[in-house]
Structures are given as structure tokens and as C-alpha cells.
Design a binder for this molecule. Structure first.
Ligand code: 4AD
Ligand code: MG
Length: 431
């Protein structure tokens, strides 16, 4: 299409600052004076002010917010305009007037769920646009990190037959008359694949039937998982903190404008360089008890505990050595201290909490079967997973990073829903 070929992006136009250009985009704001109409035009790169003489462009008066237009004109520097450049329009080459835009202050005020119902339109907003760009950089940086460190990317199935992270949050799906589940984690498949490729990763959705609506739980989230042969818990800690550090560094490099627009304190991100703080589960319990929280050794850390703990730190924290009973069955118990596991979480500071969970896996078949039984589960359900220990087993370790949670921390969002274009939670699967 001709219109498609010769247009300049808004960001380019602002950089040029002069000359004749054609711009394409959507009406972001509009102000009509007696003689002129001022339109803020938005595209994927920015906003610029258009000035249209009213007598010449009667159409301008009819354009609602979000109408799409293509205009040609002359760029003029003007310090009063956003970006200090505006376009004096000579021709409107194309216009598709939108109906009155349904997202407005009154509608939003009247219904707290309104913006979620209108998500298919809300994704156009400037804030969501900035967050989507940060997400883009984050996803790219995850791939970049693993690929540059000798990890092979692999893909695991989404339909599975057994729980990885406990039966309580499994989604059951009808599969030609029998029941299967949506995957909670690709970990077991990655464990199978290390025997072929040694170091593997995947980034894919994981599903959890999380019954409560919290600030940091979705029913469908993006999960970056890695698994390494010939590795222990310390290796998994190192790789995960390097990964998180790399992603943050990339965002700092590529997304300054977006972070500024979102009001994110850059110093918090700059401090998040590895090595992160390391504290043991035992120390965490002591800190929390001193803070007056009712926690004792053996309890899991919930959102409140993680919040209290991470408010104490200005950098991410590696929390290691969780008790056996709060971590899934596959975690290897610490040979020096069998009541604890060789496991860890990475927690983000400022109250955010867990973004990574991982550790060393049980590599001995008998030990694994015993623990499955001790956890009240049926070894038959894990037959192929146990099999992996029968044919040349090796010590191995890995972790999973909640990508949406990391984005949430990076942009400083209050709620995980705010950083996902089409979030799914216990009440919402539409749009
Ligand atoms: O701690 P989790 O449950 O660990 C696992 O699934 C391991 N099998 C991963 C592995 O070792 N390969 O989940 C890992 C991370 C959490 O730290 C959290 O960041 C994220 O996944 N996560 C969620 N994110 C959003 N919504 C949810 N409901 C999440 N559940 C876990
Ligand atoms: Mg966890």
C-alpha cells in the first residue's frame, strides 16, 4: 500500500525537526480552537502535535479520540509543542473516524473492572505501550542470556499428566474423554532433555489454578526455566542471578524513556547487579521473628513474610535452604542436614518478593521414590520421571523465573495484571 511505504515515524519526525513528511497514527488528544485544531498524533514510537487550519480541514472537527489518520505537512520547531516539534498539516491523506471512544474518566471511575473489560482497547494506552516495550526487551534479554551461555532452547508440552508443583493448583482438561492437566512447569521435561543437551532452557506459559486473587498471581504466566547437568544448587543460584541481572541491565540500556514515563526509580534497577544478597532460611526466620511476625522454623514464607523481609533490602536476595516440607518433592535434601533442602528463591526488594524458585534435584532413583511416597503421592504417576534416574543419572539443578513478576518489579507495578496485556486470573478469561 502506498500509504504504508512513504510514512515517517513520529520519533523520526521529532528527530528530523524540519522538512515535509507523511505521518500515520491515531488521535491521542484533540483541542479545537476557533481557527485551528490541535491534534496529538500517536504511533508506536511517540506523540507529536499536528496543527490543522480549521477552514481547510472540516474533517478534523469530527475526529474522535483514537480515529486513525494519515497526514502530510511541514515540520516546524516550536518549544511549546511536546517534543518541541509540530507538524503543520497540508493534506489529510486518509482518515477513519472512530466512534466516541469508550475509555474515559467517568466510565473508569464508575466501575473498577472497566479497564479490564476494555483491555482490547486499553492496550493502546501510553502506559501500557511503555510496559509492552519493556516486556519486549525482557523477553529478548532472556533468550540472549541463555543462548550466549551455551544453553539450548527447547520446547515442552502444555498438556501433561502429572503435577510438578502440587495437585492443588492443577487445571484439569478433558482430553478425548480422559483427564489431563495444563502444565505447571516444564521442569521435568527439561530434566529429560539435559541427558541430550546438558544445558537447556525454555520460555513458555505455565498454568496454576490459583484460587485467590493476589497482586502477584496469575492463572497463566510466562515461565523462563533452565536445567543444567553436572550442576549443584550454587550453579543454579549463580545462573539465575546473572540472568536477572542481565535482563535488568538490558532494560536500563534500552528502555530509559519508558522507565521515566512510568516513574520508575532508576537507582533501584542500577543496584540490582549480581552477586545478590544471600540469606539462609534460618536467618530469614530470625529476622522475621525480630520484626514480630508469627513464623517458626518449618513454616513457608507467604506474601506478608516476603514483603516484610524484602523491605529490609535494597537489592535482590537469594534465600536458600528451605525446609523439606515447604518445597516440592523433587528437591534434593541437604546431606548435611536432611530436614532442609538444597533449594533457593530469588526475592526482589522493596516488598516485591519471589521471582525465581529453584535448586538441586534428587538424582538417585531410590531416594526419589522414597520421597514421593513420604509426600503421600503415587510413584506410578511419576514413572518416566523416575526412569530418568535409571540410565546414567547425573547431579543436576535448575530454576524457574516468573517473567511477568520480574517485569512487575522492573516497572514498579502494584499488580501483576498491570504488566500483562491480556491477564488471566480466577475471575477473568476475557478479553
Ligand atoms: O516457584 P515455582 O512454583 O517453581 C517451579 O515451578 C519450578 N518447577 C521451577 C523450576 O525449578 N524449573 O515457580 C517459579 C516461578 C516463581 O518464582 C514465580 O516467579 C513464578 O514462577 N510463578 C508465578 N507467576 C505468576 N503467577 C503465578 N501463579 C505463579 N506461580 C509461580
Ligand atoms: Mg516458588
Amino acid at each position: 500500500m502506498e500509504l504504508f511505504k512513504r510514512a515517517t515515524s513520529v520519533a523520526e519526525a521529532i528527530k528530523l525537526g524540519e522538512g515535509r513528511v507523511t505521518l500515520r497514527g491515531w488521535v491521542y488528544r484533540k483541542r479545537a480552537l476557533r481557527e485551528k485544531v490541535f491534534i496529538l498524533l500517536r504511533d508506536s514510537t511517540g506523540v507529536i502535535q499536528l496543527v490543522l487550519p480549521r477552514d481547510k480541514f472540516r474533517v478534523a472537527g469530527d475526529l474522535n479520540i483514537e480515529s486513525s489518520i494519515v497526514v502530510t505537512g511541514v515540520l516546524v520547531r516550536d518549544s511549546r509543542a511536546p517534543g518541541s516539534v509540530e507538524l503543520h498539516v497540508e493534506s489529510v491523506d486518509w482518515a477513519c473516524a472512530g466512534e466516541p471512544y469508550p475509555i474515559n474518566e467517568d466510565a473508569v471511575k464508575a466501575d473498577s473492572e472497566y479497564l479490564l473489560d476494555m483491555r482490547h482497547l486499553w492496550v493502546r494506552g501510553r502506559k501500557m505501550q511503555a510496559i509492552l516495550k519493556v516486556r519486549h526487551t525482557v523477553f529478548g534479554a532472556v533468550h540472549e542470556y541463555f543462548r550466549s551461555r551455551g544453553f539450548y532452547e527447547v520446547q515442552a508440552p502444555m498438556f501433561v499428566t502429572a503435577a510438578v508443583e502440587g495437585g492443588a493448583t492443577l487445571f484439569r482438561v478433558d482430553y478425548f474423554g480422559r483427564h489431563v492437566y495444563l502444565t505447571q512447569s516444564s521442569q521435568f521435561y527439561l530434566e529429560a532433555l539435559i541427558y541430550s543437551l546438558e544445558r537447556v532452557y525454555t520460555m513458555a506459559p505455565s498454568f496454576r489454578a490459583e484460587p485467590s486473587r493476589t497482586r502477584r498471581h496469575l492463572t497463566e504466566f510466562w515461565h523462563a526455566e533452565a536445567e543444567m547437568a553436572w550442576a549443584g544448587v550454587e550453579d543454579a543460584v549463580r545462573v539465575s542471578e546473572e540472568l536477572v541481572g542481565h535482563v535488568i541491565e538490558r532494560v536500563l540500556g534500552e528502555r530509559q524513556d519508558e522507565l521515566k514515563m512510568l516513574g520508575r526509580a532508576m537507582e533501584s534497577l542500577e543496584r540490582a547487579r549480581p552477586p545478590f544478597y544471600r540469606i539462609s532460611y534460618d536467618e530469614a526466620v530470625e529476622i522475621l521473628q525480630r520484626r514480630g511476625l508469627a513464623i517458626k522454623w518449618g513454616d513457608d514464607l507467604g506474601a506478608d513474610e516476603e514483603r516484610a523481609l524484602t523491605l529490609e533490602f535494597d537489592r535482590p536476595v537469594v534465600l536458600y535452604g528451605f525446609p523439606e516440607r515447604v518445597k516440592a518433592f523433587y528437591h534434593r535434601n541437604d546431606p548435611r542436614r536432611p530436614e532442609a533442602t538444597l533449594s533457593f528463591d530469588v526475592l526482589m526488594p522493596e516488598g516485591y518478593g519471589e521471582v525465581v524458585g529453584g535448586g538441586e534435584r534428587i538424582y538417585d532413583a531410590r531416594e526419589l521414590v522414597e520421597k514421593i511416597v513420604r509426600f503421600g503421592m503415587n510413584p506410578e504417576d511419576y514413572q518416566w520421571y523416575i526412569d530418568l534416574r535409571r540410565y546414567g543419572s547425573v547431579p543436576h539443578a535448575g530454576f524457574g523465573l516468573g517473567v511477568d513478576r520480574l517485569v512487575m518489579w522492573i516497572v514498579g507495578a502494584d499488580h501483576i495484571r498491570d504488566v500483562v496485556p491480556f491477564p488471566r486470573d480466577v475471575r477473568r478469561v476475557r478479553p
